[in-house]
Design a protein around this ligand. Structure first.
Ligand SMILES: Cc1ncc(C[n+]2csc(CCOP(=O)(O)OP(=O)(O)O)c2C)c(N)n1
Length: 580
């Protein structure tokens, strides 16, 4: 029997590692890989139009399934296009293996046609990035790559020259003992005792939760109940922690709302749980801070810590809860819950004013209708830009819905290709892309991929003919907006021409019906909602000299706007509190 080629062994190992699909664009040096995929059961080639979309799609699929996914590009420009989506995956800790096909191995270093050096180019956006220069490096290099992506959470890149991929492997692809899951990390007893001592000594404890609280909802709630702590969150913590949360005091940061800022500043002990929240101007500098994170390099890089705890949030809290004494005095918690409901109550007016008749359509109204009409287990993907604001304030998490965005890398154009990958992972689940017109138009070609693969993604386009977020930044910095407008474009017509269901909505009264129609449509659909580019206002107390771009100096809430169903949640959390 003929020996396996490197490409065949490569793909067989990906199947063993649980990879179900590889997103990408074909090209000569990649041909042995795509051909091996074609001949292998259990793995599928998902052809896209732009490799950046392939990397975003893989990134979203990995975040939905928690499993390794893959993307691929041909040599030179082909794999270079992957780079932005790979940064996104790396920074979201999404396990993605990227196959960067390379020029013929004999030509490397000669300035050959399409020559780049993927093993140098992708080092910054990966945990592992190596060239397979000889078949004998297989299967060890691939195994090492997979274990970096899965074990460390993020990207591994393997550069593979087409000629090497075609050669027979020296070793038959034996079953490998691959790492497919990360271990639970429990801090040492000494750290847990020190942490319990800090918690017991504090009178006012606040928890600030990030994406590291995924899977730890029950533990966070039990701990908060025991120590009577308000629970604040960062944007990436929202989907994991805000639902069924009687201790919720909202979100801090540029898009923040509610009493999160106060609760974090008025505490005498702040616990940062699984968050690498970057804007340290929102973190207090005169409060004792303990940080718990699974990645030790993150500990203390945003604020000075009194205690650094290396561990999973879930494992840490499980071990901590029996060690801390239950606190008797709920007055700090109750005070913060009241402040939270008051803070939400005062901004809600901004949203309700005439919004259902407002022309052009108010984007907050669109977001609130999406929240009401979308399925209880929908996946929302969110474009960088103002859609982040609408998602943060209007999407109601419930523990089953997911919200995926480029929340750490902050790239535009992510939502539609993220939706593509999320939908591939589960064709039966509703996937709704909240897209900006700037973002969508950047990778517009991949609308065609939705049609080609009959992926029933629903795109809701916030079509303000502007780079709205940048308009706001310029305004905040005291600059005259420049280079931020687009000509009006009928994206619904483009969608229809591409083979999607497309509808353009210009009147607020038509929003709900159009969304219902699109959500009920069996295939891909785009609702092009013409929205008001000047929708958001800055709160009156913010002045331009308080802010330099995104570096906030003195204030706590940057953007004014409504908060959707959160007011209701905040008020219902108050019901159990005895009146003062
Ligand atoms: C790839 C990339 N280019 C530029 C930026 C800077 N940027 C951030 S938000 C934004 C505007 C986004 O516009 P749009 O998608 O139309 O959404 P809107 O904010 O108008 O809702 C820009 C240019 C970025 N984050 N990523």
């Amino acid at each position: 029997m003929a020996r396996q080629t490197v490409a065949e062994q490569f793909i067989a190992i990906l199947v063993q590692a649980g990879v179900e699909r590889v997103y990408g664009v074909v090209g000569d040096s990649l041909n042995p890989i795509t051909d091996a995929i074609r001949r292998t059961d259990g793995i599928e080639w998902v052809q896209v139009r732009h490799e950046e979309a392939a990397a975003f799609a893989a990134c979203a699929e990995a975040q939905i399934t928690g499993k390794l996914t893959a993307c691929a590009g041909s040599c030179g420009p082909g794999n270079l296009h992957l780079i932005n989506g790979l940064y996104d995956a790396q920074r979201s800790m999404a396990p993605v293996l990227a196959i960067a096909a390379q020029i013929p191995s004999s030509e490397i270093g000669t300035g050959y046609f399409q020559e780049t050096h993927p093993d140098r180019l992708f080092t910054e956006c990966s945990h592992y990035c190596e060239l397979i220069a000889h078949p004998s490096q297989m299967p060890r290099v691939l195994q090492t790559a997979i274990q970096h992506a899965v074990g460390e959470g993020g990207v591994a890149v393997v550069a593979l020259p087409g000629d090497v991929a075609e050669q027979p492997t020296p070793t038959k692809g034996a079953e490998l003992a691959l790492v497919t899951r990360r271990p639970a990390i429990r801090p040492a007893d000494e750290e847990l005792d020190a942490l319990a001592g800090r918690v017991d000594a504090a009178r006012r404890v606040t928890l600030f939760c990030g994406s590291g609280t995924a899977g730890a909802h029950a533990e966070v709630m039990e701990f908060a109940r025991r120590v009577k702590a308000p629970v604040a969150h960062a944007l990436r913590g929202k989907e994991w922690i805000q639902y069924d949360n009687p201790f919720d005091v909202g979100m801090t940061g540029l898009l923040g709302y509610g009493a999160a800022y106060e609760a974090m500043h008025e505490a005498d002990l702040l616990l940062l749980l699984g968050t690498d929240f970057p804007y340290n101007a929102f973190l207090p500098d005169d409060v004792r801070i303990v940080q718990v994170d699974v990645r030790p390099e993150r500990l203390g890089r945003r604020s000075k810590l009194d205690l650094a705890v290396w561990g999973d949030v879930r494992e840490t809290l499980r071990a901590l809860i029996p060690r801390v004494a239950e606190k008797a005095d709920p007055s700090f918690l109750h005070g913060m819950l009241r402040k939270h409901a008051e803070a939400l109550g005062s901004v809600v007016d901004a949203y309700t004013r005439d919004v259902q008749d407002h022309m052009p359509i108010h984007p907050e109204y669109v977001a609130s209708v999406i929240d009401e009409e979308a399925a209880e287990d929908a996946v929302f993907t969110v474009d960088t830009g103002m859609c982040n604001v609408w998602a943060a304030r209007y999407l109601t998490p419930n523990g089953r819905r997911r919200v995926i965005g480029s929340f750490t890398h902050g790239s535009m154009a992510n939502a539609m290709p993220h939706a593509l990958g999320a939908q591939c992972a589960d064709r039966g689940r509703q996937v709704v892309s909240l897209s900006g017109d700037g973002g969508l138009s950047m990778l517009l070609g991949d609308l065609l991929s939705l049609v080609q693969h009959d992926l029933p993604v629903k795109i809701v386009l916030f079509d303000n003919s502007a780079l709205g977020m940048v308009d706001l930044e310029m305004m905040v910095a005291g600059l005259r907006p420049h280079g931020t407008t687009y000509q009006h474009t009928d994206y619904a017509a483009i969608a229809r021409a591409a083979g999607l269901f497309g509808v353009r909505v210009e009147r607020p009264g038509d929003v709900r019906g159009a969304l219902r129609e699109a959500f009920a449509h069996p295939g891909p659909a785009l609702v092009d909602v013409v929205t008001d580019p000047a929708a958001l206002s800055l709160p009156p107390k913010i002045t331009a000299d308080q802010l330099t771009g995104f570096a906030l100096s003195a204030s706590k809430l940057v953007l004014n706007g409504g908060v959707g169903r959160m007011l209701h949640m905040a008020r219902s959390n108050l019901r159990n509190i005895p009146r003062p």
